[in-house]
Ligand binder design. Structure first.
Ligand code: PSU
Ligand code: MN
Length: 316
């Protein structure tokens, strides 16, 4: 697969030299978070990656150009959130032809980052199987919304660091789909799937690792087998919210979405914004903090993987 992506000079140099690189999705900045928190999140994620000796690479489509390493004026337009579309993997080519600004979801970011040769991606929470809102549960022809993140994870060999799947989703159904699709979910110092905003979900994980080095070893083994699936590395948010509070807020947000008949790609950003209101802004602070800590862990893992490359070269 060749997508003619424009790789920024620092990202291109890092890839050429075999130095660690961490891809960051851009939909979280242009749709997932409001201003000014989106800028704060970007700043903290970029710094968390750099301070650990890795190169961050925000993926996006900027005025029609697929970009790996969004920066400068391009990044400013995305943080201004005006006229920037939310784009998934399927939208990259049409967005390019339309000369559009498009912020990539996890699915879109996987496509661009993998084409550029990047192995590690950090995000907040992946998309998954949505819950059926109460109001439409019995509606004839109601379809269950399922994020394209799942299918792209199933066919893109990358390590994805996140705090689980977003709380607004049907988490047991999302985990079942990941199992069917062959995507391993490994806990970083946890035995339980984190709930994005909460530390636990009651869903146990099959695998747990205690260090970036162990995660890197698991990735090596998967890579050596030639498997095409992503591996999800999950860790709880550093400042989790109480589960009861989040559950109540999510239920109210879902009911409101059903009443307002929000659907399609607008649903996730709409629910996240509503959740902010319902939690009095608490979800926002937790969201920004977990984005930073996921970027940090992704960088530590990328550093370990780059070390593997050096070892491989030294042996050769
Ligand atoms: N996680 C966040 N905020 C976000 C998203 C994830 O903390 O805005 C975005 C990601 O880009 C993810 C997307 O890939 O939501 C999923 O959207 P959908 O359910 O429409 O596929
Ligand atoms: Mn969807």
């Amino acid at each position: 697969m060749t997508i003619p992506a424009r790789t920024s000079p620092p990202v291109a140099a890092a890839l050429r030299d075999g130095r660690p690189v961490v891809a960051l999705e851009s939909s979280v900045f242009a749709q997932g978070l409001p201003q000014p928190e989106n800028r704060e999140a970007a700043r903290r994620m970029l710094a968390a990656v750099r301070v650990r000796g890795a190169e961050p690479a925000i993926t996006a489509v900027a005025r029609g150009a697929p970009v790996v390493g969004l920066d400068g004026d391009d990044l400013e337009r995305f943080l201004a959130r005006e006229g920037v579309r939310k784009i998934s993997a399927r939208d990259i080519a049409p967005a390019a032809a339309a000369r559009a600004d498009g912020a990539t979801t996890v699915a879109g970011s996987l496509a661009l980052a993998h084409a550029a040769g990047i192995v590690v991606l950090a995000t907040g929470g992946i998309g998954g199987v949505h819950r059926v809102p109460h109001a439409s549960r019995h509606a004839a022809g109601a379809v269950r919304d399922e994020s394209a993140d799942l299918v792209e994870l199933a066919r893109t060999p990358m390590l994805v660091v996140c705090a689980g799947a977003k709380t607004i989703l049907d988490l047991p159904a999302t985990m079942e789909r990941l199992e069917s699709l062959g995507v391993a979910v490994v806990g970083y110092k946890v035995d339980e799937l984190p709930g994005f905003l909460t530390s636990g979900t009651g869903i146990s994980l099959s695998w747990r690792f205690e260090s970036p080095r162990d995660v890197a070893a698991a990735w090596r083994a998967q890579h050596d087998l030639g498997r095409m699936q992503a591996m999800l590395v999950v860790q709880p948010p550093p400042s989790p919210l109480p589960r009861a509070m989040v559950d109540d807020a999510v239920n109210r947000a879902l009911d409101a979405a059903a009443r307002a008949e929000i659907a399609g790609s607008a649903l996730t950003p709409w629910l996240l914004a509503r959740l902010e209101e319902e939690t009095g802004g608490a979800s926002l602070a937790t969201n920004v903090a977990l984005l930073e800590s996921n970027a940090a862990l992704a960088a530590e893992i990328a550093v370990e993987l780059a070390r593997d490359v050096e070892i491989g070269r030294a042996r050769a």
